[in-house]
Design a protein around this ligand. Structure first.
Ligand code: NAD
Length: 254
């Protein structure tokens, strides 16, 4: 593999990687040579996913913690760095969705969405970036969304949290680039995962989606791997503060 896109001798932590896009990114980054650390909220979930990658011949570790709990985050990052090794790349992938019209949206759900999608990006990035600054190198990839820029019915809190991911990405870039740390984002369009199962099951939604997306189809989660490899490797050493849309052209179409 070209040295530009190799993750050989690199260690990557992916939050929320027990399933879905996070798991596929962990698998794809491992195939590019990385040693990966799987994070899930439960020990069993993290172990199960890590074991699947180990069986495929990859170097994978499990680290269960809730990304919204600052004490747990800080303890986990210390443990990873002291027992497994330095984190070269952090992928902030953990995310949740709640759908309800704005006028009826419960405050509790708002708080949960903001905690996972926004506050956790701040908490995990801060803990990992402190280590990266001491080494004067590192890469952080934040998983945004189409809703980092576009609103949509019934998911205003999610859109607010993903909009914040754009500005966390830009702000961290501004403060960390001088330490040779690149902070970028990936904004997926619509991909079939458990998060979007209700939409995938809705024929009317799929009809709308295929008309609305220039590529005229759902995204396949594996199609996010290339962007993650690019933003994790030497290939992107002067790319900073960027949000890379992987959306079949949806964002640029009306
Ligand atoms: P998913 O629900 O399958 O996966 C989300 C993961 O985050 C799960 O493994 C879950 O356990 C984990 N998670 C949730 N709360 C957590 C917490 N407090 N601590 C640790 N882990 C936690 O969904 P997905 O579709 O794979 O989504 C992954 C990311 O991609 C999310 O940030 C989501 O917003 C984003 N995204 C998805 C799509 C899509 O079409 N599926 C589109 C745009 C953006």
């Amino acid at each position: 593999m070209s040295i530009l896109f190799s993750l050989h001798n690199k260690r990557v932590l992916i939050t929320g990687s027990g399933r879905g896009i996070g798991f596929l990114l962990a698998k794809g980054l491992a195939e590019a040579g990385a040693e990966v650390i799987i994070n899930a909220t439960t020990e069993a979930g993290a172990q199960h996913a890590a074991a699947q990658l180990t069986e495929l011949g990859h170097k994978a570790h499990a680290m269960a913690f809730d990304v919204t709990q600052s004490a747990a985050v800080n303890a986990a990052i210390e443990q990873i760095e002291s027992q497994i090794g330095a984190i070269d790349v952090l992928v902030n992938n953990a995310g949740i969705q709640r759908r309800r019209p704005f006028l009826e949206f419960p405050e509790q759900d708002w708080n949960e969405v903001i905690a996972v999608n926004q506050t956790a990006v701040f908490l995990v990035s801060q803990a990992v970036a402190r280590k990266m600054v001491s080494r004067q190198r590192g890469k952080i990839i934040n998983i945004g969304s189409m809703q980092s820029e576009l609103g949509r019915d019934t998911i205003t809190p999610y859109a607010a949290s993903k909009g914040a991911v754009t500005m966390l990405t830009r702000g961290m870039c501004v403060e960390l680039a001088r330490h040779n740390i690149q902070v970028n984002g990936i904004a997926p369009g619509y991909f079939k995962t458990e998060m979007t199962q209700a939409l995938a099951d809705d024929e009317a939604f799929t009809g709308w989606l295929t008309k609305r997306t220039p590529a005229a189809r759902w995204g396949n989660p594996e199609e996010l791997i290339g962007a993650a490899v690019f933003l994790s490797t030497k290939a992107s050493d002067f790319v900073n503060g960027h949000l890379l849309f992987v959306d079949g052209g949806m964002r640029v179409a009306v």
